[in-house]
Design a protein around this ligand. Structure first.
Ligand code: KG4
Ligand code: ZN
Length: 329
């Protein structure tokens, strides 16, 4: 078995997975609701809460200790002070139990949220939409991930968080805006970013500023703003993904990350899958947001390759880059 730890942002989570069967034997997560009142994650507070919650969950995993073959931990990307909490615990466990350590990239973890208790699907084009990232990736195995597109500024999820904050609503903004949008009309005119640029990339700052101006005009209800914003934000994703699909002709396409829970987003990609004839995948709802089950699942692949890391060498990396995919014209 492998024990996996996730603490890259505001979720404290541990999982235990069986290596051969890929069966998830234990999974628990504590989401830090304490950040709600601040309209975003406060890193120092998140770190202190991880320090309290990690040992609490660990206590419940003790019965698996004799069977553990490795400890896996998210070491990149994320908030440095929160990554540090999980990494310190992982190092201590690896030393105390005398078993190897595995560092897992959180974004690779999101990809493997698709494969919990399942086999990998590849090749796969992936839209990753979370609080920290908006990317189109090509996946062909754990060591074969390249980036087709990323965002120039805010991420998709972050833009929902910011719009929610501007409307005086809570955090995380994604579910709040999605819910509010249901009772609104999409009557506010907002720009479609980068539509005249030939590139495949994302930008959310323009939509966000237009939303700010709409709020300041006092002409629209919160529901109408939520509806219009969500529609445009998704249209931008669809617009750029269509370009990527036309270039790479994927047979399989997946949406992962916290914002992949958005049902309007899923609906739009269902339509795309019919238009371009690809198979569409999402993680189960409970694995869309940050969790250690996805880290554990990714760790199985790293374990099989025996890519272990010494506890003295395992470092946190708040930012990571993927290799760019080759785009042939
Ligand atoms: O993957 P995740 O749990 O954490 C990061 O790795 O960032 O994603 C959290 C993000 C937040 O920005 C949240 O507002 C967004 O995902 N989110 C959503 C929805 N549910 C969560 N965005 C849009 N619609 C949703 N239903
Ligand atoms: Zn995440």
């Amino acid at each position: 078995m492998i024990l996996a730890i996730e603490s890259s942002c505001d979720d404290t989570s541990l999982a235990v997975i069986e290596i051969e069967s890929k069966k998830l034997l234990f999974h628990k997560k504590i989401t830090q609701i304490e950040h709600c009142q601040y309209g975003g994650v406060v890193p120092e507070l998140a770190s202190r809460l991880h320090a309290v919650n990690l040992p609490k969950i660990l206590e419940e995993t003790k019965k698996f200790f004799p069977y553990l073959k490795a400890i896996a931990v998210t070491n990149a990307p994320g908030l440095s002070v929160t990554l540090q909490e999980g990494v310190m615990m992982a190092k201590a466990l690896s030393l105390a139990l005398n078993i190897p350590l595995i560092g897992v990239n959180h974004l690779i973890g999101h990809i493997y949220s698709l494969f919990i208790e399942k086999e990998e699907v590849k090749p796969l084009m992936i839209l990753l939409v979370s609080g920290g990232h908006t990317k189109i990736l090509n996946f062909n195995g754990i060591d074969k991930v390249c980036e087709i597109a990323t965002t120039l500024d805010d991420s998709f999820g972050e833009s929902f968080d910011k719009v929610s904050k501007m409307l005086g609503l809570g955090y995380p903004g994604g579910p709040i805006i999605e819910n509010l949008a249901k009772s609104g009309e999409c009557v506010v005119e907002l720009p479609l970013p980068l539509k005249n640029s030939p590139d495949i990339k994302f930008s959310y700052s323009g939509i966000k500023n237009a939303v700010r101006l709409a709020i300041e005009s006092n002409k629209y209800s919160k529901e109408d703003i939520a509806c219009s914003f969500q529609k445009r934000a998704i249209e931008h994703l669809v617009f750029m993904c269509k370009r990527a699909i036309k270039k790479f002709h994927p047979k399989n396409f997946a949406i992962v990350g916290g914002a992949s829970a958005n049902l309007s987003l899923r609906d739009e990609f269902e339509k795309l899958s019919k238009e371009f004839n690809f198979k569409l995948f999402y993680p189960e709802m409970k694995y869309t947001s940050d969790n250690a089950a996805m880290i554990a699942r990714a760790a199985i692949e790293i374990y099989k390759k025996e890519e272990f890391i010494d506890y003295k060498e395992l470092k946190i990396k708040p930012r990571v880059e993927f290799m760019k995919c080759k785009i042939e014209n």
